[in-house]
Design a protein around this ligand. Sequence first.
Ligand code: FAD
Length: 424
Amino acid sequence: MDKLCYQEELPVERKYDILVAGGGVAGVAAALAARRAGRSVLLLEKGLILGGLATSGLINMFVPMCNGRGVQIIKGMCQELLRLSIKYGYDTIPDSWKNGEHPTRERTERYLTRFSPELFAVALTELLHSEGVDLLLDCIASAPVMQDGRCTGLIVQSKAGRSFYPAGVVVDTTGDADLLYRAGIPTVLGKNYFIYVASKIDLKSCERAVKSGNIRDAVYSEHGGHADLYGNRQPPDVPLYSGTTPQEITDFTVRNQLVMLEKLKGEERNSRDIVTLPTVPQFRSTRHIDGAYTLQTADAYRHFDDSIGAICDFDHSDILYEVPYRTLIHPSCVNMITAGRSAAAQGYAWDVLRVIPPAIITGQAAGEAAALALEQGVALSEIQIAELQRRLSNAGVMIHFDDRWVPKEPCDQPEMIGQMAEHL
Ligand SMILES: Cc1cc2nc3c(=O)[nH]c(=O)nc-3n(C[C@H](O)[C@H](O)[C@H](O)COP(=O)(O)OP(=O)(O)OC[C@H]3O[C@@H](n4cnc5c(N)ncnc54)[C@H](O)[C@@H]3O)c2cc1C
């Protein structure tokens, strides 16, 4: 490939303690946690709404936050954001969980909810606004500026051109580890099956909603590709995409839209409508860091000294993990950290870690850790883990799971498996 080299003088903007790049659920959690720790925070988002895949990607389901035995595992800011996701719109939380009772049908009645993506997005805007997190929309954090292993700030591309935002710590919540990758941190590419989810209504669904008195019943999913996370229904002639080049993103989107359109062509024009299309690519796994520790499938039920939170599996009851802080950092990186679906994990452990509730857990931890590193004047790899855990615990996070919840014989939850995997 030919290369062009050019020099550019950039305006230098105000310095922030912490820059958070990417306003998905992990980025929102990181920005909030850092702000609540008293730091000046700027959240940069390339789209026009907050929430990332959970809102712009129409992935409107908080997967179970309990172990399938009536015990809530994922708490802290995740509990707060779940409640926020339904504050202005519908929910599907089982009544028992809503009323604080012990679920009567433990293994099927899990603590989860669907939510309105659009109302969750504006509720997130309201929350960040009220807490004093500065926000820039329609801005791409395009590159870190590195000096002696330290990131001095980010180059940001916006309508106004390119400028430099200095920062004490950078949290990369782009979902794709874009900035850590450009800083030279080793990363791992993912492979994505063919899926596309849009929101649809039709006359029958509207009738159902009128009957039930719940607008949720009007909107349902229409698909282009329809492969699940295990690759079921993957068309043999479609490649697996990593989702990290414009060509791949375009090909994935165009192919999916054409498949969806073929389905719609057979339907009466006036009888239905597509009400929302995803505005971020629906890739589960693009790029994640090769962190100081990579969480493995076999780490289920293992306690970690540097756990930043216990998490549970969405598709099977009983499966529990602790998330080591080291999955968010790389030793060579003094003041950059990641969270959300770009944290270091492999195999099924990655699938458990990437979904909305754990992404919030890691986001909250990354924001707290960034604030702590500045306070202690040390690299992110040198913060006092016990102090981080103390602060997260005070903010409601369960750091370690209780060994009484480890099953003698781990068992599946057959009632849920098909249902959840279908969507995920
Ligand atoms: C098909 C599919 C189904 C899924 N089903 C479920 C489910 O049912 N339940 C569940 O809990 N999870 C599900 N997931 C996973 C879940 O949605 C995501 O893993 C989770 O939302 C990730 O959050 P995040 O904040 O890490 O990243 P993202 O949601 O990807 O957020 C990244 C944000 O950063 C922004 N951004 C990217 N690059 C830049 C840049 N350079 N500068 C500025 N901003 C940038 C993006 O616009 C986006 O807002 C599913 C995912 C897919 C793809």
